[in-house]
Design a protein around this ligand. Structure first.
Ligand code: FE2
Length: 298
């Protein structure tokens, strides 16, 4: 819940419409209104939304579905796009844009155990790359009438709440991230030969320091992190299970209920996300997505 006093209103010279920044939860996220994303965003407006992104980690812009080219222009306000691994999802004319469709086209597509839908699993995008995407920009083009929320947890806040002893212990550890791990309940999508060659296992620190804010966050991807380097599997699983229970607590979480056209921008360096995959069969759920280039986690 937020109160009116938490809304930040910034008036702009030459415009009757102020920009409003409204926090979406105590854990993370802010809604930005007063900006027209169908035209260019420049100057102070651009600085304002860039610094809001670093402060809130997730921004929501209410919008109309944009063309792939316009969507790419908006994403570039925050960084340089990179191509999505899976070629078949790329849009031909604007290849940095991917179309992600999670519609259940038939009843057989929707298992009784929704954990078996890959999107249900908490993750940070792209951690199977040596240099994962720093941020994701996602716009919903079609949404189901119920369910389908994208859920986020703030792994920076979860880090801050650890004991000093645990912080010290985790800071010395690295973990292996793969395209898939048997720790995740659902299997990853198939890769072609080139995509498989591009995604060997990689090692990342378990605690990473944000290159823009200097703040630390837990960098653990339950869909991709297989084990902690240098300790046996049982101890690794125990520690990862403990971390999972810790950083998915409701106090770190915000669930986004999509309105058609919403654009979310979030920081993969300090948030994890997952999807409530309980939505009606036959109702389209379609997004366009751009990943923004990051730096090697340290
Ligand atoms: Fe994702």
């Amino acid at each position: 819940m937020t109160t009116d006093s938490s809304v930040l209103e910034i008036s702009r010279p030459g415009s009757d419409t102020p920009i409003r920044i409204t926090p979406l939860s105590d854990a993370l996220g802010a809604e930005i209104t007063g900006l027209d994303l169908t035209g260019p965003v420049t100057g102070n407006d651009l600085e304002l939304i860039r610094s809001a992104f670093l402060e809130y980690h997730l921004l929501c812009f209410r919008s109309q579905p944009l063309t792939a080219a316009d969507f790419s222009r908006v994403a570039r306000y925050f960084g340089e796009p990179q191509f999505q691994l899976l070629r078949h999802q790329r849009v031909d004319e604007v290849p940095e844009v991917s179309i992600l469709e999670s519609t259940y086209t038939s009843a057989e597509d929707k298992p009784d155990d929704l954990q078996l839908v890959r999107l249900s699993g908490w993750h940070t995008d792209d951690s199977y790359f040596e240099i994962p995407a720093k941020a994701t920009v996602l716009q919903i083009l079609a949404r189901p009438s119920s369910g389908g929320e994208t859920r986020f947890c703030n792994t920076g806040k979860a880090y801050e709440d650890l004991s000093d002893e645990m912080k010290q212990r985790l800071s010395a550890l690295k973990a292996v991230h793969g395209y898939d791990t048997m720790r995740a309940p659902a299997r990853a999508q198939a890769r072609n030969e080139v995509e498989t060659q591009e995604t060997p296992d990689v090692v990342h620190p378990l605690i990473r320091t944000h290159e823009d804010t200097g703040k630390k966050a837990i960098y653990f991807n339950p869909n991709r992190t297989d084990h902690i380097v240098g300790i046996d599997r049982k101890d690794s699983d125990e520690l990862l299970d403990w971390l999972y229970a810790h950083f998915t607590q409701p106090k770190y979480r915000y669930d986004h209920q999509w309105q058609t056209g919403d654009i979310l921008l979030w920081d993969n360096r300090c948030l994890i996300h997952s999807v409530n995959t309980d939505f009606p069969v036959g109702e389209p759920r379609i997004h366009q997505r751009i990943l923004l280039k990051g730096t090697r986690p340290v």
